[in-house]
Design a protein around this ligand. Structure first.
Ligand SMILES: [Zn+2]
Length: 504
């Protein structure tokens, strides 16, 4: 149709519109790409194609385990000889011939039961209103971890591989995966009873045990990474695209354990991050509205502050403010993000959804902007767990305040989303446009905990550091050799250039 019209215009001697456009300054590739997104912004299918191909920098909030889809857990459960508990809809250990137990193997031939298990270990249907009416989104979401738990056991390598494969499919170049360690269990059992405020005493008790726990965890991760590399053929002739995804770990303590156990987990996290560059920081997770988590929140922040003073180089990204009005009393909405930043010294906040309920939220936003404390925004997760989406979501508040934000997946398997969908929501529900997304993509490496100096002199996406004014210069080569972060940033810039060069 368009070709015919153009041809007719030429035949009739009418100058086509393109000719007059050429007389004016041609659009930059970025402006052309931005204009294209503006044209398709109301069309989710067109957005999906565009955003899938768009380079997305880093996924800084992604939980190993929660990243896996139910279908994979059920397959792994079948292969491992695990069972399905038909009364509780959980994957459980053998024997499978006990009452209310059936083998997980072959479950796909029993579609009603299979479908029911997919629902039990995910939040499928919750957003579209067809989820289990007997259960809230937040209870279903957090219950999934117990329901699939046994199937994740011994599958860390497969989890790493699948997570990187999904990242590659979404054109995510870097994943900062939240993970734990088997060695934590021994520490937790040996920290003993006593005063949970005696941080120095607890650390003195744990310190002789930490080197062994760190060594065991490093050996475990060596094996997990070997398994993942094997699955994706990373040292073979045709490595999978997943092999090109850089992955590091945030050691994540569980905030619903007994206080001294939380301290033991955190102590291991700090020791690991100090000892092994693959562990780039420490996190704390699990439902923030759990009564134990609510009771101990301030205590945990003081624990983190104590350990941070002992290990000042270790960086913190903390789940804080994954709450909303009605989930907890208002008093518990008033200080979590503040204390994560001001007491514990977090450099990034996971979620931060309840920011507007904080005491003196404007001052806190101002501080986060000034100190460049980034917020990891998880749109699908927040919609499913908290019911917070659209204009109720504080993303625009953070952006307007100048707080750096990134988009991340949280638990893409459980919430049955992916990174492309998070970007799609940012357009359709939050009104973001191409330059906004590009800034967020760049933030995903800038605010990562990858070691090394930034490629950017003073503003993300602005001028490059002096050494890299000329990328091919020896000074820049030397600079990049000393900075994994800048190397990833340059890789991202090249990907963005290629993406913007696609004819549209
Ligand atoms: Zn999370």
């Amino acid at each position: 149709m368009r070709v015919w019209a153009m041809g007719a215009a030429v035949l009739l001697g009418i100058a086509p519109a393109a000719a007059s456009a050429q007389a004016t300054k041609p659009l930059s590739p970025e402006a052309r790409t931005a204009a294209y997104l503006d044209r398709i912004a109301a069309s989710p299918p067109r957005l999906r194609i565009f955003l899938q191909a768009m380079p997305k920098g880093g996924d800084l909030h992604n939980h190993g385990g929660g990243s896996i889809y139910a279908e994979d857990f059920l397959r792994w459960a079948g292969e491992a000889g695990l069972c399905i508990a038909t009364d509780t809809d959980r994957i459980v250990d053998p024997p499978c011939d006990a009452p209310n137990r059936i083998p997980a193997a072959g479950l796909e031939r029993n579609y009603p039961r299979y479908s029911r298990m997919i629902d039990a270990i995910s939040t499928r249907g919750f957003e579209s209103g067809v989820g289990d009416p007997r259960m809230s989104g937040y209870d279903r979401f957090f219950a999934t971890f117990d329901a699939f738990g046994p199937a994740s056991r011994g599958n860390a390598g497969r989890t790493f591989a699948l997570t990187r494969e999904q990242a590659a499919a979404d054109h995510v170049g870097y994943v900062e995966l939240s993970t734990g360690a088997r060695a934590a269990m021994a520490l937790v059992s040996q920290v003993g009873e006593g005063d949970a405020d005696d941080f120095a005493g607890m650390l003195a008790k744990l310190e002789p045990l930490l080197p062994q726990a760190v060594a065991a965890t490093r050996a475990d991760y060596d094996a997990f990474e070997r398994d993942a590399a094997m699955i994706d053929g990373c040292s073979g002739a045709s490595p999978a695209p997943a092999c090109g995804v850089e992955m590091r770990y945030l050691y994540t303590a569980i905030r619903t354990l007994a206080p001294r156990q939380v301290f033991a987990e955190l102590a291991l996290g700090f020791a690991l991050a100090q000892a092994d560059p693959r562990f780039v920081g420490v996190n704390i997770a699990a439902p923030e509205h759990d009564p134990i988590a609510v009771r101990d929140y301030a205590l945990h922040m003081r624990m983190l502050a104590f350990l941070k003073a002992r290990y000042p180089a270790v960086r913190l990204s903390l789940h804080a403010g994954e709450l909303t009005l009605g989930l907890v009393p208002p008093r518990d909405l008033a200080f979590h993000i503040h204390d994560a930043v001001a007491v514990a010294g977090a450099r990034r906040i996971g979620h931060g959804v309840d920011i507007s309920y904080e005491t003196d939220a404007p001052a806190l936003l101002h501080r986060m902007a000034r100190e460049k404390v980034a917020v990891e925004i998880n749109l699908t997760s927040n919609a499913v767990i908290l019911g917070v989406k659209g204009t109720a979501h504080p993303l625009s508040l953070y952006r307007e305040a100048g707080v750096p934000v990134v988009l991340s997946t949280d638990d893409e398997g459980v919430s049955r989303s992916d990174m492309t969908n998070e970007y799609l929501r940012a357009v359709t529900e939050q009104g973001l446009r191409y330059r906004d997304l590009k800034q967020i993509v760049r933030n995903g490496i800038e605010y990562s905990f990858l070691p090394g100096a930034s490629l950017w002199r003073d503003r993300v996406g602005g001028a490059r550091v002096a050494a890299c004014q000329v990328i091919a210069a020896p000074a820049c080569t030397a600079f990049l050799a000393g900075s994994v972060r800048a190397t990833q940033q340059l890789r991202l810039e090249r990907e963005l250039t290629a993406f913007e060069a696609i004819p549209r």
